[in-house]
Design a protein around this ligand. Structure first.
Ligand SMILES: Cc1cc2nc3c(=O)[nH]c(=O)nc-3n(C[C@H](O)[C@H](O)[C@H](O)COP(=O)(O)OP(=O)(O)OC[C@H]3O[C@@H](n4cnc5c(N)ncnc54)[C@H](O)[C@@H]3O)c2cc1C
Ligand code: FES
Length: 280
């Protein structure tokens, strides 16, 4: 059992929880994730380890309530327990001295880019952060990113905060200005990572993305997380989740992510109806 120590609402439907998990905290590195189950009969879902505190023995998750499992996780409070957490899983981010690195996060992907930005900064790189959200209310971790980066740009799709437009617009401007970016690291919705990868390819700027296919076991046994990278089949849970964005078959990933949409919708509606019943 993993005890929840604290909980913060970061934005509409985006929550941060800190969980007592000393063994995982000791081993976790930037880029890694866990598979967790909210109830003993529930499904397992992958969540990135957004932060850790070795002294307290805690790890932090930041998640968006998007369906049944993330919504039921969001209903837990400090003092509640999570039955199982498996991890840390996946390859840690490869941290090197590159020079100038652009760390780009979209939506809840900002939670995942933060430890990466910190690690690149600690390795002596100049880190330019670019974070984006649909609107002002959905911007998360701005202060933390500002601290982790040498420079930070914020965009909103509707212009309600920061620069109006997408994170890719800022990146394009920086490249055209000759900023000398040696590596782009992008984490966020699949369409965003696809756009960023397509943008950097003609400039030959190495681009790493963190893929989020459906995962069932997280241990390389089920095959659910397979993605095509460089014409080869890869299992994102054990061979990723980070890959060269220029080699990802984006259209196939988008198609596979929509495979269970109908079933997920039914399950979420049923869960919401049950929650309403319990409140009556
Ligand atoms: C390695 C990895 C790390 C992740 N880290 C985080 C994180 O730190 N914070 C966070 O909020 N989310 C993260 N995700 C996504 C998270 O796992 C999904 O949001 C979650 O599984 C949805 O479960 P659900 O039952 O609530 O929703 P469902 O009802 O299962 O799905 C709702 C909608 O979410 C989308 N979805 C379903 N599964 C995934 C998935 N695996 N990845 C992306 N979208 C999905 C689908 O479009 C679907 O329509 C991560 C995914 C991976 C693979
Ligand atoms: S999630 Fe089962 S093989 Fe990757």
């Amino acid at each position: 059992m993993y005890n929840i120590i604290s909980k913060i609402n970061l934005a509409n439907n985006v929550k941060q929880i800190e969980v007592q998990a000393p063994q995982i905290a000791k081993k976790a590195l930037a880029g890694q994730f866990v598979m967790l189950r909210v109830s003993e009969k529930g499904e397992r879902i992958p969540l990135t380890i957004a932060g850790k505190n070795i002294d307290k023995g805690t790890i932090t998750f930041i998640f968006q309530e998007i369906g049944k499992t993330t919504a039921s996780l969001g209903r837990l409070e400090p003092g509640d327990n999570i039955p199982d957490i498996l991890g840390p899983l996946g390859h840690p981010t490869e941290i090197k001295k590159i020079g100038t690195v652009a760390a780009i996060g979209g939506g809840v992907g900002v939670a995942e880019i933060l430890p990466v930005a910190k690690a690149y900064k600690e390795a002596g790189n100049k880190v330019i952060g670019i974070i984006g959200a649909r609107n002002k209310d959905l911007v998360i971790l701005e202060a933390e990113m500002k601290q982790a980066c040498d420079q930070l740009f914020v965009t909103t799709d509707d212009g309600s905060y920061g620069q109006k437009g997408f994170v890719s617009n800022v990146l394009q401007g920086l490249i055209e200005k000759g900023e000398g970016i040696g590596l782009v690291y992008a984490i966020g919705p699949v369409p965003m990572m696809k756009v960023i990868s397509n943008l950097t390819k003609p400039y030959n700027i190495h681009t790493i993305v963190s893929l989020n296919p459906i995962m069932v076991d997280g241990t390389g046994m089920c095959g659910a997380c397979r993605v095509s990278v460089g014409g080869k089949t890869k299992f994102a849970c054990v061979e990723g989740p980070e890959f060269n964005g220029h080699e990802v078959n984006w259209d196939e990933l988008i198609k596979r992510l929509s495979l269970f949409k109908d079933k997920e919708k039914v399950s979420f509606e049923k869960y919401n109806a049950e929650c309403l019943c319990q409140k009556k």
